[in-house]
Design a protein around this ligand. Structure first.
Ligand code: PEP
Ligand code: MN
Length: 377
């Protein structure tokens, strides 16, 4: 059961205190107060965990400040899109992530050299992008492969982000200690930018790591779907993060492991964008680079990565995570799937075209839904 307060009610307000007092008289109930801060709307909600069958919905709706009470039966209690609840997204470091937004996180799969970070961020700044991806800790299949520059590169990554006006960097973490290293380096650099913690597909069910990133609320989380588990299992993993307190989560589709996707690296799963939006209140990201895994051009002049991106964007994706590199032939990780910086402008223009088509599709669907039913002859 969820008690939703009016937008003007603060989580530490008298109305919430009044409700908690009321609930304390009911045995077997554990209330959890959640505050969702969006760009357009902020909401205070109280989740009732435990036996709610004897709780009167009407009685709760009479309490001061309560807007409505929703009974939920689904298993995604916190992340679920329950009837009558709203997706409100979140604002992080001045960037609004919401239902209607689309952000492009273009950047290096792995930071390999300072000059590559510099050249990439300079290109992003020219394109007016304020979000990027920079892999620092890399989970590699072979122990002999490049494992990422680790904390040694954080000072220059953050310094350059500040110089080029980057507001949010998506960065994978593999271990709790990586959060401390990121926090420490950000502090030392004077907080010039923000970080979105990426949980990679290989850690999709690392429940202790999921709980750890859920327990902190400083950084939002970009959760990448598990490559060999069901969508339901991946969504449950996000529920772990949310149940620890952090609800600023973006769900990333990155393809699933199957040879049926050959010659792509993974089977592209962007048809799931609307499914995740229907089942949950999470914003949805697509990663065309790790899905397609190769930089080939189709006869129409568009690359396969652009085509996959278009599939996700035309379906309403809120974020695109995509690999670029100034010199893919010398990249230490995933060079074959990186687009070059010279291709950035055309990539962004293609996204703009497809996004406009999505907006138009939504408007047409809304018009069709409100149009008076035509008489059949
Ligand atoms: C990545 O984005 O750098 C990455 C390793 O992706 P995934 O976890 O989806 O393989
Ligand atoms: Mn990669």
């Amino acid at each position: 059961m969820i008690v939703i307060f009016r937008p003007d009610v603060e989580p530490d307000g008298a109305e919430v205190e009044r409700l908690l007092k009321h609930l304390a008289q009911i045995p077997g109930l554990k209330p959890e107060v959640h505050s969702v801060r969006g760009a357009i709307r902020s909401l205070t909600e109280v989740y009732l965990i435990g036996r709610t069958d004897t709780v009167s919905r009407e009685a709760l709706e009479q309490l001061p400040g309560v807007e409505r009470v929703v009974r939920i039966s689904e298993k995604y209690r916190l992340i679920g899109r329950h009837r009558e609840t709203e997706a409100v997204g979140f604002v992080y470091n001045g960037v609004a992530f919401e239902d209607k937004s689309l952000h492009i996180f273009a950047g290096l799969c792995a930071v390999d050299a300072r000059e590559h970070v510099d050249a990439t961020m300079a290109a992003l700044a020219r394109a007016r992008l304020k979000t990027t991806r920079m892999g620092v800790y890399k989970p590699r299949t072979s122990p002999y492969d490049f494992q990422g520059r680790g904390r040694d590169c954080l000072p220059y990554v953050f310094e350059l982000a500040g110089r080029y006006g980057i507001r949010v960097i998506a960065m994978e973490v593999l271990h709790e200690s990586h959060l401390d290293e990121i926090r420490d380096a950000l502090e030392r650099a004077g907080r010039p930018t923000g970080v979105m913690l990426q949980i990679g597909t290989r850690n999709a069910q690392n429940f202790e790591l999921l709980k750890y990133v859920g327990q902190q609320r400083e950084f939002p989380v970009l959760y990448k779907r598990g490559m060999g588990i069901t969508l339901e299992e991946s969504l449950n993993a996000c529920e772990y993060i949310a149940s620890e307190g952090n609800r600023n989560i973006v769900f990333c589709l990155r393809g699933v492991k199957s040879h049926l996707g050959d010659p792509h690296r993974n089977l592209v799963d962007f048809a799931h964008v609307p499914v995740v939006k229907r089942l949950t209140r999470l914003l949805v990201c697509i990663d065309p680079s790790h899905s397609v895994g190769r930089h080939e051009r189709a006869p129409d002049g568009l690359s396969e990565i652009q085509h996959a991106t278009a599939q996700g964007v035309v379906a309403g994706a809120n974020m695109v995570l995509v690999d670029f590199h100034p010199a893919p032939e010398v990249a230490l990780c995933d060079g074959p799937q990186a687009l070059t910086l010279l291709e950035l402008e055309a990539f962004l223009e293609d996204v703009r075209i497809v996004r406009a088509a999505y907006v138009e599709r939504c408007a047409a669907a809304a018009a069709a839904a409100t149009a008076p039913a035509k008489e059949s002859s």
